[in-house]
Design a protein around this ligand. Structure first.
Ligand code: MLT
Ligand code: MN
Length: 315
């Protein structure tokens, strides 16, 4: 299975369009070690021909332009794309806005949970993807699904599972406990090539969890022995938005567990066996974006990699 990180940043990207804080300024000024990052998405393929995109970011047009394998084949028909399926892990704007760029009556299969499909249905702008052309299929909150494109199986199977999260920012209900979040608002995905024997070949499994509000025993056990984990790397410190003066929300309030701290992902996953562990969905306030920072060293010393756009993995 081939995996490509299309976008390694959280919502807003890096630099964020209106951010003048030192990290965004450093990447804008092309300081050594700082790299531009587009918004949260990965792609996977079993044969290098048909691809599934996981989360459709507002930067998808640019991401396709940077990924020859996602562009129309030079010997293909006049209208053509290797993207045969799109899978959504939540309804956050950084994960669904790119659907609007995938219009033009191009068939693919769109997979999401009932909660996310309802959000798409209730926001009529998503009708630019005519359901008669782009079939919408519901993912279970817990279960396996063999991914298909319009022409048939893609050779990829995924398992979906609910993870602690938060309803999309634009759907928050302030009056409600937990802002109206329900199960199915955020899922994690385990992905493998169809035919892989599990659990004996667990090292050929990718876990993709770009949003996770807290670690649970169930999730920890699930990840054990996986080949590669791509995990929520939004913030390093829970309070870094306030600490850097750019906002007031904590990571927790945004539905993202921090990397550091007693309840952070570094500690929570320290004893979980994984082939590789890679942070994705990295917010523009996260100090790991500066490779010379203490935070970047802490993360590397703990065996984590910082995802980057164009990163390729084979499992
Ligand atoms: C998030 O991951 O918390 C959201 O993408 C934030 C947003 O909607 O910009
Ligand atoms: Mn996000």
């Amino acid at each position: 299975m081939k995996i490509r990180v299309l976008g390694s940043a959280a919502g807003g990207g890096f630099p964020q369009w209106n951010c003048n804080a030192p990290l965004s300024r450093s990447v804008r000024e092309k300081r050594p070690g700082f790299v531009v990052r587009t918004q949260s998405s990965i792609a996977a393929s079993s044969d290098g021909q048909g691809w599934a995109v996981f989360n459709a970011s507002p930067d998808i047009r640019e991401q396709i332009a940077a990924s020859p394998e996602l562009q129309p084949r030079s010997d293909g028909p006049l209208r053509h794309t290797p993207i045969r399926a799109v899978v959504l892990t939540n309804a956050d704007v950084d994960h669904i806005a790119g659907l609007l760029s995938l219009r033009e009556r191009e068939p693919f299969i769109l997979y999401a949970t009932r909660r996310v499909l309802t959000t798409l249905r209730e926001n009529s702008i998503f009708n630019v993807l005519n359901p008669q052309v782009v079939e919408r299929r519901e993912l279970p909150l817990q279960g396996t699904t063999e991914l298909e494109g319009p022409e048939g199986p893609l050779g990829l199977t995924l398992e979906t599972f609910a993870v602690p999260g938060k309803v999309a920012l634009f759907l928050e209900n302030e009056a409600d406990a937990n802002f109206g979040t329900e199960e199915g608002d955020t899922i994690g995905i385990a992905l493998w090539e169809t035919g892989t024997t599990l659990p004996s070949e667990a090292q050929r499994t990718l876990f993709y969890i770009p949003g996770c509000a807290a670690m649970t025993d169930d999730l920890r056990q699930r990840l054990q022995g996986g080949g590669c984990l791509m995990f929520d790397g939004t913030v390093f410190n829970d309070t870094e938005m306030a600490d850097t003066g750019v906002g007031s929300k904590t990571g927790g309030r945004m539905g993202h567990m921090a990397m550091s701290g007693d309840h952070g992902s570094l500690a929570a996953l320290a004893n979980v066996e994984l082939g590789r562990r890679i942070y994705v969905h990295i917010n523009n306030t996260n100090p790991v974006l500066d490779p010379a920072s203490d935070a970047a060293r802490t993360v590397a010393d703990a065996g984590w990699e910082i995802g980057y756009d164009g990163m390729e993995i084979s499992l």
